[in-house]
Every structure is written in C-alpha cells, then in structure tokens.
Design a binder for this molecule. Structure first.
Ligand code: IMP
Length: 195
C-alpha cells in the first residue's frame, strides 16, 4: 500500500515541485487536504529549527507521518543573507517582488554575485525526526527575468544553466533544484524503510 505523508506547507508552488519529484511513489497530502488551516510559525534563526518546528506542529495536530521543508537564499556578498529570513526579507508582507527589489538594491556595485539556495527537509516518521539537505549553487542576476516559479526564481541562475529558474518549467528547475536534491534524499530514505 502507498505510504501517505502530510506535507506541512501552505505554498502551492512547493507542493507542485515536490509532487513532480515524488511521482506515484508516495501519496502527499497538503494541509488544505488534511483540513488544517494554520499559518505555521517560522520563529527560529536556522532553516533546520524552522523545518523541525513546522513538522512537529503538524505532527502534534495530526499524530500522522509528515514532513516540512524550509528554504533560504544565501548570498555570499551579503554574508549569507537573506538566508533564514528569505520570506520576510523586505518585511512581514512576504512580498516576492519587494524581496527581489531589496536583494538587487543591496547587491548594487557587487561583482561577486554568488549565491545558493539551501533546503532542509524535516521528516517525522513513526514519531522520529530525520533531516535532509539540498543545495543549489548559482548567481544572482542584475535584472529579473521570467514569470514561472516563485520567490527569488526571476533573479537566480543555477550553475550549469544559462537561464534563471523563473524561465524554466518545473521539470527543468528539478535538474538543478535544492528542493529536488533534498527530496531525492527523502525518497531514498523512505524507499529503504519500506523495502
Ligand atoms: P520558506 O520559508 O521555506 O517558505 O521560504 C522562504 C522564502 O525563500 C520564500 O518565501 C521564497 O521567497 C524563497 N524561496 C524558497 N524556495 C525558493 C525557490 O525554490 N525559488 C525561489 N525562491 C524560493
């Protein structure tokens, strides 16, 4: 029987990306589908602690197997910022465009445009927690391009690509993506548990 996991997110883009990687192997239930309507807090100063907070919150509510993920964009010239504050970089409105504007403003005059997305997945399986990490290195562009994806996708070109994430389909983004790498580790782990 297919294993069912609740995915502790309200971000539909993340659900689409993760479902495209997981395929038919596992059944992913969104918070909405599980009838849970909460804004899960992200109060901590590491991606790991926030991912844990999200999965534990949903596990407390449902007692079911579940996972969460927390992602940050770490920019070298900004000493790792916005990092764990990526969603609220320009304020509590969590506005993608304002976040991009602030990032490009803060990078004005910097020739070092190196950055990485880092995703941490927290899985709670049979009451135990497991963490998985995925990293995608790349560059922040001078101008934004494309209208696919979400967040900082219009200003991030992954290493090995010639266009930014927002110019790629979900499948193209998955060739490079931090989230795909973390979820691939999650799938491998789950497959080993059920083998
Ligand atoms: P969260 O706290 O994990 O939901 O994500 C923090 C913020 O990072 C999001 O609001 C987005 O702005 C950004 N982000 C996360 N993942 C991606 C991605 O795959 N592409 C672009 N931006 C992302």
């Amino acid at each position: 029987m297919k294993q069912t996991l609740i995915f502790a997110t309200n971000n539909q883009n993340k659900v689409t990306e993760i479902r495209s990687v997981i395929g038919d192997l596992f059944e992913i239930i969104t918070l909405k589908e599980a009838g849970i309507d909460i804004d899960i807090p992200e109060p901590h100063d590491t991606l790991e602690a926030n991912a844990t907070e999200k999965s534990q919150t949903i596990h407390r509510l449902t007692t079911k197997n579940c996972f969460s993920e927390d992602t940050g964009l770490e920019v070298a010239a900004l000493k790792g910022e916005p990092g764990v504050k990526s969603a609220r970089y320009a304020g509590d409105g969590r506005d993608f465009q304002q976040n991009i504007d602030k990032l490009l403003t803060n990078l004005q005059g910097h020739t070092n445009r190196k950055a990485q997305f880092r995703t941490v997945v927290s899985l709670i399986l049979d009451n135990k927690e497991y963490l998985f990490e995925g990293i995608c290195e790349g560059q922040i562009t001078e101008d934004q391009k494309g209208n696919q994806g979400f967040g900082y996708d219009p200003v991030f070109i992954p290493d090995g690509a010639t266009k930014c994430f927002a110019e790629m389909s979900v499948d193209e983004k998955n060739k490079y993506s931090h989230r795909k790498k973390a979820v691939a580790k999650l799938i491998k782990f789950l497959s080993e548990q059920t083998a």
